[in-house]
Ligand binder design. Structure first.
Ligand code: NI
Length: 164
């Protein structure tokens, strides 16, 4: 496993659309492991392929609860419900936070790291994280969705850690 460099704001790759993964092999599994390791090293809750320079539809999420890290290949939102106003950041936008509107509940279909079809229903922070990461796969960034006037720059030594 290896910690990858997280691409930051201004890197064009963050605006590109990621491709579906066709074959889930050891290379993909290693990428997912690297993504989890990278996520943990940044204390983030979610990371998407383009953020480490890989234009593949890969997402990892970890809410540091009993579900452990979730690895998703080709995730697709099949249902969403309601809205929530949330404070959000992104590992690609260090020290920036803003309020945005996310769905309150989402249901996704994806493949796991063994190619098995999975379905996950999430609400609250999980719904927020899933929505944020799937946006990354389509080149959409949280700054595209901020409620005007709510963007904040926080100094690096304060304790915000909701970065995705
Ligand atoms: Ni992000």
């Amino acid at each position: 496993m290896a910690i990858r460099i997280v691409r930051e704001n201004g890197d064009e790759i963050l605006r590109k659309k990621s491709r579906e993964v066709e074959v889930i092999d050891d290379r993909i599994r290693e990428l997912l492991d690297d993504m989890v390791e990278t996520l943990h090293s940044y204390n983030g809750v979610g990371l998407a392929g383009p953020q480490i320079g890989i234009l593949k539809r890969l997402v990892v999420i970890d809410l540091y609860d009993d579900k452990g890290p979730i690895k998703l290949v080709n995730p697709k939102i099949i249902k969403q419900k309601g809205e929530q106003e949330v404070e959000e950041g992104c590992l690609s936008f260090p020290n920036q936070f803003a309020k945005i509107i996310r769905p309150a509940e989402v249901t996704i279909e994806a493949l796991d790291e063994n190619g098995k079809k999975i379905k996950i229903k999430g609400e609250g922070l999980l719904a927020q994280a899933i929505s944020h990461e799937i946006d990354h796969l389509d080149g959409i960034l949280f700054v595209d969705k901020i409620i005007p006037g709510t963007l904040e720059y926080v100094s690096p030594d304060s304790n915000k850690d909701e970065s995705k």
